[in-house]
Ligand binder design. Structure first.
Ligand code: DON
Length: 331
């Protein structure tokens, strides 16, 4: 599939003062959105303040700018899937993850059992729970502890600082995640997991419980947008090819069964989590993170979608947008 070296063409963010002004405008523009509801899926998360709201943009140069609750910690939840996937793409390679995990949208909810049954036990893509657990199963390490260390250290390298587990959120999910255990057992029954399903669910639950804030998340997104180099630390966290694979999967699956609407309206690869975070990565330009706990019925932050849509338009991030060139033949 990859016989020719990839030529890359992206672009730049607008001048930094304009970026800052647009972030402030996106914040104000989205503050009056009160639709959606805080998740009840994980008991500890249901206590979140619904009015929390933060936005942060991180440029690939390392500049960052935020508005609102940018320092408020929240657990990564499903957003962890994107970064673990990037690490696993490097560790086991493009073809193995393509074969074992897949890339196609299920059209079903993120925790669907039916999607697995309809697809002969195939997890379909790494952004639904089945595929995320199949991905975590591919993490290098002979023991669950070694796999967890790989994930915790890898995600910390994306953020540029040591990320810690929220033990309350972890304990809360670990005692209520019967459905994820059932999904892992179902994959096992189809011979789609080579490791102990209970241990995989535990590492997956831990990765979901890692705490970040909007600033961290923007830097993590910018790392995916920057060919795998963290723009704060300068570290090459994953190769550019792993970012390419990850962003393609985010474009098609990052917002679950609403991924088509997201791509149509916003046009940037993104990933949401049930605690209210959304990260978007504009290749070659930077990362955008939003945090607001009220979710739509698919599990995506409502305000976060509004703010990211505003920034995609104002910062020129939509990958599908073009305009007529001044030297076009018919001008
Ligand atoms: O596995 C779960 O169900 C949660 N730890 C994460 C779900 C999630 O974030 C879905 N996102 N919107």
């Amino acid at each position: 599939m990859r016989s020719v070296d990839q030529t890359v063409s992206t672009g730049d963010l607008p001048e930094w003062d304009r970026v800052k002004a647009f972030v402030d405008q996106a914040y104000r523009h989205s503050l009056d959105v009160h639709d959606g509801a805080v998740t009840t899926r994980i008991p500890a998360l249901s206590q979140a303040d619904p009015d929390l709201f933060g936005i942060c943009v991180a440029e690939v140069t390392g500049r960052t700018y935020g508005a609102g609750d940018v320092d408020h910690p929240f657990s990564l939840q499903s957003i962890s899937k994107a970064f673990v996937y990037a690490l696993v793409c490097e560790a086991v390679g493009h073809d193995v993850v393509m074969d074992r995990v897949g890339v196609n949208n299920t059209g079903q909810a993120f925790d669907s059992v039916m999607a697995i049954e309809l697809n002969d036990g195939h997890p379909m893509n790494p952004m639904v729970n089945a595929g995320a657990m199949a991905t975590t199963a591919l993490v290098p390490g002979d023991t669950p502890e070694a796999k967890w260390a790989f994930v915790q250290q890898g995600l910390s390298r994306f953020a540029g600082r040591d990320l810690r587990l929220d033990s309350e959120v972890y304990a809360s999910e670990a005692t209520t995640n019967q459905r994820n255990l059932a999904i892992a057992r179902l994959l096992e029954s189809y011979d789609r997991l080579d490791v102990d399903p209970v241990a995989v669910v535990d590492v997956y639950t831990r990765q979901c419980s890692l705490l970040v804030n909007a600033h961290d998340l923007a830097v993590m997104g910018a790392t995916l947008a920057d060919g795998g180099v963290n723009p704060l630390t300068g570290e090459q966290v994953v190769p550019a090819s792993a970012c390419n694979d990850t962003l393609a999967v985010l474009a098609t699956n990052g917002l679950y069964e609403r991924s088509g609407e997201w791509l149509f309206e916003i046009g940037v690869p993104g990933k949401s989590g049930v605690s209210g975070g959304i990260v978007a990565a504009a290749p070659g330009k930077g990362g955008i993170a939003t945090f607001s706990p009220r979710l739509d019925t698919a599990g995506n932050s409502v305000r976060g979608q509004r703010a990211t849509a505003f920034l995609s338009r104002s910062l020129g991030l939509n990958l599908f947008a073009s305009k007529v060139h001044p030297h076009s033949r018919h001008r």
